[in-house]
Ligand binder design. Structure first.
Ligand code: HEM
Length: 500
């Protein structure tokens, strides 16, 4: 149709297009500017690839949701996928039969609030352990958050309890992820563009990264197969604990399904920690799985930051906890429906600090038309979640942490419908993530007092600053954490029969 045009955007140079026009750091701010200048659907081109940026709920719903069948593919980076051997990873498989089976398995286990309910005791137990550790060593908050996120997901996925120090599985995945340099090297982008370069001989100058990639292959495969082996051994010995993997394998699966189950499990474990996602700009940096960049770690950290900056929110939350639960027990996941203010805090954390500000790019498998524009086949479609969740017409004073915006007669739109992505690739872990966040927030508020760090007798209000990258984290900040009351601490330690 001759009337259709590409979504508007800045004029680029021949061949390189807008290569040097896109800011690498916190690209979502730059894309938000594009949205203001060119409208809620805009586009740029880099080295022949078109990136279409959606900056409103309307465009996201019109394209990623209503035309989901045409735009649920992912990128297929040669280096990370074929070479370093993550090609079976969920974020790399094409929108195909294998992808559907991953989603089917994940949906079965985590597809609804009730199906994730089997994980509730794990979430509660690990959160109690987290709180005890924080009270013992409050200055190590960041490390405790990271350990807990890993502990929960390993137990949920494999029924495995991590060892307090130097756990072999954690160590293995950390090693695999930190060895990912061949994928992040600038050379990787060249191999992605010109896959035949992978055939260069080892003696060829500058090909060291190819050898490093080969070494990483072994490590990557071990990371995928070792936890799976652990489950099989536990099953054979009759000591297996209920988990995502055991539930799939105990049904009796064909070898092909077993392979899919193994990869689905690793997607859950590592994918939670950090989806391996392609950034959309020049150096084609891949933000990789690593304990450092982790969705749950990022959101729980943001909660502690918000409580430090906004003490009045803590006071209101405690009043609700006291009124609903009294002082005789700690909150549980069962209490979710009776604690509206705590739920509003969870929503506001997800809106205020957007963990994946640009989501995960979708790739179109055919031309898509929308509102007089054409999104050509093969385009990367990026939803600017940050722009949508910080749009001041939807969320007045977007930079202010205000849980009240989700209460009352006219609540503002629920950010959970945005921050987990859209369409057929919407985050399959969203129910698990919501449960984890609720239990951390409610139990932390019941047990801890989070206050500001005092320097020379003056309280320091931390700034809300975040890192760039596919998964954005709050920058390190100082806070003071103490026990809220001896009663709360006693409840945590089980003196009222709550701890088993
Ligand atoms: C606050 C926590 C989390 C946030 C903000 C988040 C966000 C996202 C987003 C935006 C996507 C891309 C959706 C799209 O294609 O539009 C995604 C995908 C994904 N998430 Fe999450 N996520 C979180 C927690 C989790 C958890 C707990 C799990 C594990 C069960 C998980 C597993 C995955 C997987 C496997 C994908 C890839 C889905 C696919 O390609 O089909 N995430 N997540």
């Amino acid at each position: 149709n001759r009337l259709l045009t590409l979504p508007p955007g800045p004029t680029g140079w021949p061949i390189i297009g807008n290569l040097f026009a896109v800011s690498l750091d916190k690209t979502w701010f730059h894309f938000a500017e594009l949205g203001k200048e060119y409208g809620d659907i805009s586009s740029i081109s880099i080295l022949g690839t078109r990136y279409v940026i959606l900056s409103s709920s309307k465009t996201v719903s019109g394209i990623l949701e209503r035309q989901s069948a045409k735009c649920s593919d992912r990128s297929h980076p040669t280096m990370a996928g074929d070479f370093v051997s993550w090609s079976s990873g969920m974020l790399f498989v094409n929108y195909s039969g294998r992808f559907h089976r991953y989603r089917k398995f994940l949906h079965k286990m985590f597809g609804s609030r009730s199906s994730t309910a089997t994980c509730n005791p794990i979430e509660e137990e690990e959160t109690r352990r987290f709180l005890s550790n924080v009270l013992e060593q409050p200055d190590n908050l960041a490390a405790h958050i990271r350990t807990t996120a890993g502990a929960i997901i390993l137990k949920v996925t494999y029924g495995y309890t991590i060892q307090p120090n130097e756990d072999p599985f954690v160590e293995l995945s950390d090693r695999a992820m930190s060895n990912i340099s061949p994928v992040t090297s600038p050379w990787a982008s060249l191999v992605d563009r010109i896959p035949t370069l992978r055939c260069l001989p080892e003696w060829f100058p500058g090909t060291r990264f190819l050898q490093d990639a080969k070494k990483n292959h072994q490590l990557a495969m071990e990371t995928v197969t070792r936890p799976h082996q652990y489950i099989l051994e536990q099953m054979a010995a009759g000591t297996v604990k209920a988990s995502f993997s055991s539930a799939l394998l105990e049904e009796g699966v064909s070898p092909e399904e077993e392979d899919i189950a193994m990869w689905t499990a690793i997607n859950t474990y590592l994918g939670t920690s950090t989806p391996l996602i392609r950034e959309c700009h020049h150096s084609l940096i891949l933000d990789v799985f690593s304990g450092v960049s982790d969705t749950m770690v990022s959101v729980i950290h943001a909660f502690f930051l918000a409580m430090t900056i906004y003490p009045e929110v803590q006071r209101t939350a405690r009043a609700e906890l006291n009124a609903v639960l009294g002082t005789e027990r700690l909150p549980r996941l069962d209490d979710r429906d009776s604690l509206p203010y705590i739920n509003a805090i969870c929503k506001e954390v997800l809106r205020w600090h957007v963990v994946t500000p640009l989501g995960v790019p979708h790739v179109s498998t055919e031309d898509i038309t929308y509102n007089g524009f054409v999104v050509p086949k093969g385009s990367y479609i990026i939803a600017n979640l940050w722009s949508i969740l910080h749009d001041e017409t939807t969320y007045p004073d977007p930079e202010v942490f205000k849980p009240e915006r989700f209460l009352g007669e006219k609540p503002q739109p629920d950010p959970q419908n945005i921050c987990f992505g859209f369409g057929r690739t919407v985050c399959p872990g969203l129910h698990l993530a919501q449960a984890s966040l609720f239990v951390s927030v409610a139990m932390s508020l019941a047990v801890l007092d989070i206050s500001r760090h005092v320097e020379d007798g003056v309280e320091v209000v931390p700034k809300f600053e975040v890192t760039g990258g596919t998964i954005s984290h709050p920058k390190p900040f100082k806070c003071r954490i103490t026990s809220r009351s001896t009663n709360a601490e006693a409840l945590l330690r089980g003196q009222h029969g709550y701890l088993h």
